[in-house]
Each structure stands twice: as structure tokens, then as C-alpha cells.
Design a protein. Sequence first.
Length: 244
Amino acid sequence: MAGHSKWKNIQRRKNAQDAKRGKIFMTHAKNIYLAAKDGGGDPDTNATLRTMIDKAKADNMPNDNIERAIKKATGSLDGASYEEITYEGYGPGGTAVIVHALTDNKNRTAAEVRHAFKKNGGNLGENGCVSFMFDRKGYIVIEDEENKIDEDELTLEAIEAGASDFEAHEGAYEIYTEPEAFNEVVSNLENAGYEFAQAEITLIPQTYTKLDEENFEKMQNMLAALENDEDVQDIHHNMENEEA
């Protein structure tokens, strides 16, 4: 795992985010809906939901919108029925790609995801065709752009809290956990005063694929197309290249 920073992909998605308020609120609402549906509607016991709510509030999303998304997920409010769909396939150069979507129209979403793959030299596959190449892990990012955090102290606290791996990068620390230990690690680090730029249970590649220049450009175009799809919630891939 060392040397391959998931945080760089997250930064890329953040930099590519559409600045329009309506789309930002829609994205937050879907993220909150998905987190609440997966782990329950109480942010005190659902660390992923708590992180999604904090991100929404940072973008000034109204509390009513946040509460409505949680109520929809927990079945206490009528509204659009969203369905979680996972797509698996191969991107340019044989990269393994998994796309998670949340949609109220699966035919529309499937067509758009398939188009993004096909247009850029990839192809969708059957469920399970690439998921075996990824491990499900708890993933936490703590930013430290001003170098105020004591790395040794954070490392020790993370391990004592139950973390399984720890990586230091310029400006950020990445902490990995087993899924069942995720909430406890988040809670312990929060109690120690740390703030998270990212905290979620996600998929980590077991191996990585390095692309040549042509396939790297195609992969970037494919990721951009998927990221611009409002139904797409998250994208996992095993491309090794870092953006110049």
C-alpha cells in the first residue's frame, strides 16, 4: 500500500467539483442519504454520516435539507426512491474500475456510465470482474498543511485506537482500519482533538497499474466524465500514475 496515496485521487475530485450551489447540495444530499441508509440515521454512532453532514454544513447546506435526506434514507419521509448500483469494468490500459452510483433511474445511469467507459477505451464487465482486486478498509485523512501535528504522536494514537496502517505524506496523514474497527478509531481520534478531511469505509486496490501517456489521458477523460455525472457517488480504480 505504501507509496500509493488515495488522498491524491480525493484531492483531484475536490478540484474538479462543480461550483454550482444546486449541484453541490444535490451531491451532499445523496452522500448523506447513502451514509444514513448504510449505517443508520444517528451521526453519533455513524462516523461516515457525521463526516458527510460536516461537509454539507461547510458548504452552507441548510439543516432542513440535511434532515430531509436522513429521513428519506431511514424511511420516515416520502420522496424519490434511490437505488444503489455498483458497476465494474476495465478502463484504458486494463485498469480496474468500480463505480458506485445512487440513482432514481437506473437505465439512465447505466447508459451514461457505459458511455463514459466506451468513449475512452474501457468496457463494463460483469459484477465481480474486478472487485476481488480491492480490499474493503476504513480510511481516514487528517490534513496538516502547516506541519502542526506531531507525526510520532499521531502514529501511536492511531495504532492504539485500532488502526491497521498509517502513511505520512506532505500535508496529510492517511490512516487505514479494518471495517469493523472504523467507528472506534474515528471516535478515539476525534476525542483526541483531531479533525478529519475524509473518513469513510472504502475500497483500496491490492495492486496498481501504470499507464502510458495515451492511456493515462484516456483514463483522465473517463474519470472526468464519471465525476460530472450527478448519479455517481464514488469511483475506485487502481491507476498508479499521479497527475503532473
